[in-house]
Write a protein that binds this ligand. Structure first.
Ligand code: NAG
Length: 300
């Protein structure tokens, strides 16, 4: 309360600097490479906020998509893809159907790997159609974007940013196979940080720690199956050997739509930020929930 009285000069100087910066600042140009699906629903809000602050956003949209629709707060740039809306819809229907099938665990794991492989193939096609589209790349290269905003879950936007030498901001909920730790080079000690999908907590017995250490070996195989076609696409594009770590390491800033309230704490790097609250901006009132009925239904 008394800060303004005791230290008027630093405060005034601060305000003056702020005015100088904000009056001189101009809107930036943001290239948005969204990931179709729920990720876009969050990113859309971020793009809207950027627009409200005077920045200009161009969103790259494949001709065939699920949720990517035009809005007044960004410019859409379409690109052709080598599959039809019908093929795309049929693929995702099958995918979602298989997700809810009841099966023993080993079958579920194998099917899961197969499904992930299939879905990465469709993303791979989209990415190939994007980065080898000469006209589009020429337009993007000449448009002098300041930054690429993208969800690195499927790292095509990251690859494009690297190809065009534009800094990238990653915007994500989470990423499998601890690729974020790899990309940012944050330590991930097996004794303390439970790996995704192990259902372990940050308090582990000795045997659980061993499991936590061995689990990534199996996951490395799945990771290889999912991402090795992408790594070869990246190598084709950049015309040299490119590793996944290099692509994920290209992010200048990582914005995680999470929080340590929901996730176990882990070491982070100074370019990693947690913005989990932004999904709560558009909250709607809860409908009447009967907690008693809910608990009874669970117990049944
Ligand atoms: C972008 O344009 C610059 C300057 O004309 C050129 O040197 C560079 O190779 C282009 N990059 C791509 C990816 O086309």
């Amino acid at each position: 309360m008394s800060a303004g009285l005791h230290a008027p000069w630093p405060v005034l100087l601060g305000l003056w600097l702020l005015l100088c910066v904000s009056s001189g600042a101009q809107g930036g140009k943001v290239l948005v490479v969204p990931l179709d699906g729920s990720s876009w629903l969050s990113m859309r809000q971020a793009v809207q906020a950027l627009h409200a602050r005077g920045h200009q956003a161009v969103v790259l949209v494949p001709d065939v998509s699920m949720h990517l629709k035009g809005e007044e707060f960004f410019t859409m740039k379409h690109y052709e893809v080598s599959y039809t809306q019908d093929e795309f819809d049929r693929f995702f229907q099958k995918y979602f159907h298989a997700t809810f099938e009841r099966q023993p665990l080993p079958m579920k794991f194998l099917k899961g790997v197969e499904k992930t492989k299939q879905s990465s193939l469709i993303y791979l096609k989209t990415c190939r159609d994007l980065v080898f589209n000469k006209d589009l790349i020429r337009y993007l290269n000449s448009s002098s974007f300041d930054v690429v905003l993208t969800d690195p879950l499927w790292p095509c936007g990251a690859l494009l940013a690297k190809y065009l030498s534009i800094p990238a901001v990653f915007f994500l909920r989470s990423i499998p196979f601890e690729l974020d730790s790899e990309g940012t080079q944050s330590p991930i000690p097996s004794s303390y940080i439970p790996r995704t999908l192990t259902a372990l907590t940050d308090h582990m017995t000795f045997l659980e720690r061993v499991k936590n250490m061995l689990f990534p070996l199996a996951m490395n195989y799945v990771c290889h199956v999912c991402f090795s076609p992408f790594a070869s696409l990246a190598s084709d594009l950049l015309q040299r050997e490119v590793s996944l770590r290099e692509i994920f390491g290209y992010g200048s800033i990582w914005l995680f739509r999470g929080d340590f309230v929901m996730d176990y704490p882990r070491p982070i790097m100074p370019n990693m930020f947690f913005i989990g609250g932004i999904n709560c901006l558009n909250r709607k009132p809860l409908s009447q929930v009967c907690i008693g009925c809910f608990i009874q239904a669970l117990a049944r």
